[in-house]
Ligand binder design. Structure first.
Ligand SMILES: C=C1C[C@]23C[C@H]1CC[C@H]2[C@]1(C)CCC[C@@](C)(C(=O)O)[C@H]1[C@@H]3C(=O)O
Ligand SMILES: O=C(O)CCC(=O)C(=O)O
Ligand SMILES: [Fe+2]
Length: 463
C-alpha cells in the first residue's frame, strides 16, 4: 500500500508506510553479492577514495578560556572566528568533559545497536518525528538510503527528557542508558553554552548574547551507528548536508569517516579521541546573518569496521524567534534570512524536506509559498465576510464589484497592504525579507510557523 502524501518539497520523501518499507539489516545485506539499489548513491555523490586528504581544522585548547584568563579568551575567539568564517569546523580539547563519560556513552551505543532489530524497533521513530530509532530511514526516503542506524532523542537542560525517553520506549532495564546520556547531554549543554560565549565574542556582540539565547534550549542527541559495508564505494553513511541545527558537537570513534567539503573537494577530519568536532549549523548561520558558514559534510563507511559517532545538536527553544542581533544587520549587511522558529525548521526537515546543503534556502522559499497561499485564503475569507456584510446594502451593490476587483488587484499585486481580520482597515504588512533592509528600515519580518500556519499567524503577520 503506497500512502499518498501531500506534494513534498524533496522528491524522495516518504513514499510508503513504514510497515511496507524495506528493512535495513546490514548483516543480512552484507551476505548479498550486491547492495540494494536504494542504497546506491548517484555518481556525483558517491564517495571518492582520494578524499583521504586531511582537513586541518584548528585545534582549540579551551583550558585558558575555561579558567577565565582574558588573553586566552581573546585568542580562542579569534581562532574560532577564523574557522567559522571559512568552513565552519573546529576541534576543541581540554574541554572539561571526562573521558570516562565519553567511553560510557560509546559503550551504550555498542550495546544498543548490537541488540536484535525487533528490540531496537521498540523505540522506532514515528513518521514526521525527529526522535526514536531509525534503520536507514527505510519508509522515510525512497532513494539514496544512508548506510546507518540512528537513535535520536530530545534534551532540555535540567529536565528528565532523556531518562524518560529510554524508560518509556525501552523499559526500566534501560534506565542506566538514560542516566549515562542524561549526564552526557548536560555536559554537552555546558560546553555548547561556553562555545556560544566564544562565538558571541568573535562576532563582536558580547559573551552573553548567544549564551542567553540558548540558555533554554530544545536540543537533539543523535547516536550514529554505521555497520561495515561490502561496497563502501557505492553508498554513504550520512549524505552530503549542512546541519539545520545551531551547533553540533560530535565525538567520533577511532574508525574515521567524517568528511568536510572544503576548497572544492572532500577532506577527512581524522579522529582524535580527546577532542570534540564542532561545527556551525544553518540556524546559527541565520543568527550570524550569514557571517558564519554552515558547512557541507558527510560520513563515509568502510568494509572492515563498524563506526560510531555521538552528535549533540544544540537547538533553540522551539518557539524562540531566530533573528540576528541588530549589530550584525545594516545597509552593508542586509538580512540574509527571514525570522523563523526552530520548531518550523525542524518540522520542515522531518515532514517536507530531506536536509541537504540548501535546506535554509528551500525553507525560506517554502514558507513564503505557504504564506502566499494562507494570505490568499485569508483575503478571500475576509472579503467574503465584507461582501456578505454589504449584501443588505442595496445602494452599495456597486461597491461589491469594486471590492472583488480590488481583491483581485491585491492578489495580483501582492501589495504590502492587506485587510486585517478585525476592523476592515488597512495596515502595512511587514516587508519581504531583505526589502526593508535595502531601504535601511529593517525591522525584520516574522514569518508564521511554516507547516501549520493558521489564520492566527496570518492575522499576526497582517496586523
Ligand atoms: C534536525 C536534524 C535533522 C537531521 C538530524 C538533525 C541534524 C542533522 C540532520 C541530518 C543528519 C542531515 C542529513 C540528512 C538526515 C536525514 C540524516 O541523514 O540523518 C538529517 C537528520 C534527520 O532529518 O533525521
Ligand atoms: O557521523 C559523522 O561523522 C557525521 C554525522 C553527521 O553529520 C550528522 O549526524 O549530522
Ligand atoms: Fe551533520
Amino acid at each position: 500500500m503506497v500512502r499518498r502524501r501531500r506534494r513534498e518539497v524533496s522528491p524522495e520523501i516518504e513514499v510508503e508506510s513504514p510497515s511496507s518499507a524495506v528493512v535495513f539489516d546490514a548483516e543480512l545485506l552484507n551476505r548479498e553479492k550486491e547492495i540494494p539499489a536504494r542504497f546506491v548513491w548517484p555518481e556525483d555523490e558517491k564517495p571518492t577514495p582520494d578524499a583521504d586528504e586531511e582537513l586541518k581544522v584548528p585545534l582549540i585548547d579551551l583550558a585558558g578560556f575555561l579558567s577565565g584568563r582574558p588573553e586566552a579568551s581573546e585568542d580562542v575567539a579569534r581562532l574560532v572566528g577564523e574557522a567559522c568564517g571559512k568552513h565552519g569546523f573546529f576541534q576543541v580539547v581540554n574541554h572539561g568533559i571526562s573521558p570516562e563519560l565519553v567511553t560510557a556513552a560509546h559503550r551504550c551505543v555498542e550495546a544498543f545497536f548490537s541488540m536484535p532489530l525487533r528490540e531496537k524497533q521498540r523505540a522506532q521513530r514515528k513518521p514526521g518525528e525527529s526522535c526514536g530509532y531509525a534503520s536507514s530511514f527505510t519508509g522515510r526516503f525512497s532513494a539514496k538510503l544512508p548506510w546507518k542506524e540512528t537513535l535520536s532523542f530530545r534534551f532540555s537542560p535540567s529536565s528528565s527528557l532523556v531518562q524518560d525517553f529510554f524508560v518509556r520506549t525501552l523499559g526500566d532495564e534501560f534506565r542506566h542508558f538514560g542516566e549515562v546520556y542524561e549526564e552526557y547531554c548536560e555536559a554537552m549543554n555546558k560546553l555548547s553554552l561556553d562555545i556560544m560565549e566564544i562565538l558571541g565574542m568573535s562576532l563582536g556582540v558580547g559573551r552573553a548574547h548567544f549564551r542567553e539565547f540558548f540558555n533554554a534550549n530544545d536540543s537533539i542527541m543523535r547516536l550514529n551507528f554505521y555497520p561495515p559495508c561490502q561496497k563502501p564505494e557505492l553508498t554513504l553513511g550520512t549524505g552530503p548536508h549542512c546541519d539545520p541545527t545551531s551547533l553540533t558537537i560530535l565525538h567520533q570513534d577511532d574508525v574515521g569517516g567524517l568528511q568536510v567539503f572544503a576548497d572544492g573537494r572532500w577532506k577527512t577530519i581524522r579522529p582524535k579521541v580527546d577532542a570534540f568536532v564542532v561545527n556551525i549549523g544553518d540556524t546559527f548561520m541565520a543568527l550570524s546573518n550569514g557571517r558564519y558558514r554552515s558547512c557541507l559534510h558527510r560520513a563515509v563507511v568502510n568494509r572492515d569496521a563498524a563506526r560510531k559517532s555521538l552528535a549533540f545538536f544544540l537547538c533553540p527553544a522551539l518557539e524562540k524567534v531566530v533573528a540576528p542581533p541588530g549589530r550584525l544587520v545594516g545597509p552593508a549587511s542586509p538580512r540574509a534570512y527571514p525570522d523563523f522558529t526552530w520548531s518550523a525548521l525542524l518540522e520542515f526537515t522531518q515532514k517536507h524536506y530531506r536536509a541537504d546543503m540548501k535546506t535554509l534556502d528551500a525553507f525560506s522559499q517554502w514558507i513564503q509559498g505557504t504564506l502566499r497561499k494562507q494570505e490568499d485564503d485569508f483575503l478571500s475569507l475576509a472579503l467574503s465576510h465584507s461582501i456578505s456584510g454589504l449584501q443588505g446594502c442595496r445602494f452599495l451593490r456597486g461597491a461589491r464589484v469594486k471590492l472583488w476587483s480590488f481583491h483581485a488587484f491585491l492578489i495580483w499585486q501582492r501589495a504590502p497592504v492587506a485587510i486585517n481580520g478585525g476592523g476592515g482597515w488597512w495596515r502595512r504588512r511587514p516587508r519581504a525579507p531583505g526589502e526593508a533592509a535595502a531601504k535601511g528600515k529593517d525591522k525584520g519580518c516574522l514569518l508564521p510557523h511554516a507547516a501549520n500556519s493558521t489564520q492566527n499567524s496570518i492575522k499576526h503577520w497582517l496586523i
